[in-house]
Design a protein around this ligand. Structure first.
Ligand code: PGA
Ligand code: ZN
Length: 421
C-alpha cells in the first residue's frame, strides 16, 4: 500500500552546527523517504519562513523543536492515508494546512522536509532513482557545476565583499570530467592563494578558500592564473561566475550600496559600471544578485547593459517564487534564476517555478544553501529537470562533495548524460 502511514521529524545539525530538520516519511508498506532541510545565511527577505524556536537558552534561539513538533503532531496525522504518488495533492494539503502565504504557521522548513521526503519515498516505492521518478522524459542533459572556490561576504571572515567566486568548466563533456577539471584548478588555487593571502588561508561556509586579498578583483585575477597554471584556457575551458549577494549591501532608504569590508559606498549606477568593467575584463558566465532584491530600478539598468553578454541570475530577487519570477519577466530583468527548494517550501511549487523559467528562456541553476547537510536531493533535481547548472560549493567539505558524488553516481547509472534531442 503506497499510502502515508506516519511522518517523523527530528532535530539534527547542519554544516554550521545550526539545528535543522530531518524528516522521514513511512508508507503503509514500510518503504521510507528521508530529507534533511538546508538553511541560508544571506537569505532573501521574500523567502518562505524558516520556523525557529527563538529560545535563547538553546542553540542561540535557532532550535527547530517547534517545527519538529509541527511535523510529528500536526502534519503526520493530516497526511496519513494520502497517495504517495500524488505529490501535487500532498503539497496542496501542506499549503492549505499552513494557511499563510509564506508558510509561517507550520514553518517552511517543516513543510519542505515533508514534501521532499514524500517524493523520495514515492521514487523508492516505484523502484526508481529519485531523478528518474521526477523526470518528465528519459532524456538527460549535461550538468555543469559552478564551483564556489573563493568565499567572501557573510560566508567568510575575510576582506572580500563579493560572496562567491565560481569556476565553470564549460569545455567538459561529462560530469566526471567537469568535476575533475574543477578539482585540478582548486588544487592550483590553494598554492597561489597561499602566496597572495595576507593571512593564513582558511575556508568559508561553502568550502572555498577565504583569503585576505587587496580587493575583490584580485580574486578574479588569481582564478584566471590558477586556470592557466592548471593547463586550461580561460574562456575556452573555464568561465567565471560571481554571486555578489548584493542585497546584503543595499541601503533601502538611501537607494545606494555599502560594501562593508572595503567600506565603499556605490550608487546603483556605479555598481552597474563596476559589473560592466568586470565583464569587459574577465570571461564571466554569470553574475548573481548583482543588484539588490529591492532595487528593481537597478536591476533594469544592469539588465539593459549586460543581459545580452552574461547570465544575470536572480537569487534573492526571485526566491524560487513564480510570482516574483513573473514580476521579473514582465519587467524584462535578469535572464536566469537560482532555484533553492527551501526558499519556496514545496517540491511542486519549485517545479512550477522551474517550468515558468524555462518557458520564458530563463536559464536555471539548481542550488544548495550555505548551511547544508549530506542530503544529495538537489543532484537528482538538476538531472530530473534538465537544468544546465548546479551550484553546490567547493570540492571540499562533506556536505558539498556529497552532491558532486551523487552526480557521479547518476552519470554512471546513465552511462553518460547527453543533450536532449
Ligand atoms: P545562502 O547563500 O545560502 O547563505 O543564502 C547562497 C547564495 O546566496 O546563493
Ligand atoms: Zn546567491
Amino acid at each position: 500500500m503506497n499510502t502515508i502511514k506516519q511522518i517523523k521529524a527530528r532535530e539534527i545539525l547542519d554544516s554550521r552546527g545550526t539545528p535543522t530538520l530531518e524528516v522521514e516519511v513511512i508508507l503503509e508498506n514500510n518503504i521510507t523517504g528521508t530529507f534533511s532541510v538546508p538553511s541560508g545565511a544571506s537569505t532573501g527577505i521574500y523567502e518562505a519562513y524558516e520556523l525557529r524556536d527563538n529560545d535563547k537558552n538553546r542553540y542561540n534561539g535557532k532550535g527547530v523543536l517547534k517545527a519538529r513538533d509541527n511535523v510529528n503532531n500536526i502534519i503526520s496525522s493530516h497526511l496519513k492515508g494520502m497517495d504517495i504518488f500524488n505529490q501535487k495533492a500532498i503539497d496542496e494539503a501542506l499549503i492549505k494546512l499552513d494557511g499563510t502565504k509564506n508558510k509561517s504557521n507550520l514553518g517552511a522548513n517543516a513543510i519542505l522536509g515533508v514534501s521532499i521526503a514524500c517524493a523520495k519515498a514515492a521514487a523508492k516505492a516505484k523502484g526508481l532513482s529519485t531523478y528518474e521518478y521526477l523526470s518528465y522524459s528519459n532524456n538527460y542533459s549535461m550538468v555543469y557545476p559552478t564551483m564556489n572556490v573563493i568565499n567572501g561576504g557573510v560566508h567568510a571572515l575575510n576582506t572580500l565583499d563579493i560572496q562567491e567566486f565560481m569556476i565553470v568548466p564549460i569545455s567538459a563533456e561529462t560530469i566526471s570530467e567537469a568535476i575533475h577539471m574543477c578539482v585540478n584548478v582548486f588544487y592550483t588555487l590553494k598554492i597561489l592563494l597561499k602566496k597572495h593571502s595576507t593571512s593564513s588561508l582558511g575556508y568559508g561556509d561553502e568550502g572555498g578558500f577565504a583569503p585576505n586579498l587587496e580587493n575583490d578583483e584580485k580574486a578574479l585575477e588569481i582564478l584566471i592564473e590558477a586556470i592557466k597554471q592548471s593547463g586550461y584556457t580561460p574562456n575556452i575551458d573555464f568561465k567565471l561566475a560571481i554571486d555578489a549577494a548584493s542585497s546584503e549591501w543595499y541601503d533601502t532608504n538611501k537607494g545606494s550600496y555599502y560594501l562593508p569590508k572595503s567600506k565603499k559606498i556605490l550608487t546603483k549606477e556605479e555598481l552597474v559600471s563596476f559589473w560592466e568593467n568586470i565583464v569587459n575584463k574577465y570571461p564571466i558566465l554569470s553574475i548573481e544578485d548583482g543588484m539588490s532584491e529591492d532595487d528593481i530600478e537597478g536591476w533594469k539598468l544592469l539588465s539593459d547593459k549586460l543581459k545580452d553578454k552574461v547570465l544575470l541570475v536572480g537569487d534573492d530577487l526571485f526566491v524560487t517564487n513564480k510570482e516574483r519570477l513573473a514580476m521579473g519577466i514582465n519587467n524584462n530583468i535578469a535572464n536566469a534564476i537560482l532555484i533553492k527548494v527551501n526558499q519556496i517550501g514545496t517540491l511542486s511549487e519549485t517545479l512550477e517555478t522551474i517550468n515558468l523559467a524555462k518557458q520564458n528562456n530563463y536559464e536555471v541553476i539548481i542550488s544548495h544553501r550555505s548551511g547544508e547537510t549530506n542530503d544529495d536531493f538537489i543532484s537528482d533535481l538538476v538531472v530530473a529537470t534538465n537544468s544546465r547548472y548546479i551550484k553546490t560549493g567547493a570540492p571540499n567539505r562533506g556536505e558539498r562533495v556529497a552532491k558532486y558524488n551523487r552526480l557521479l553516481q547518476i552519470e554512471e547509472e546513465k552511462n553518460e548524460l547527453y543533450e536532449p534531442v
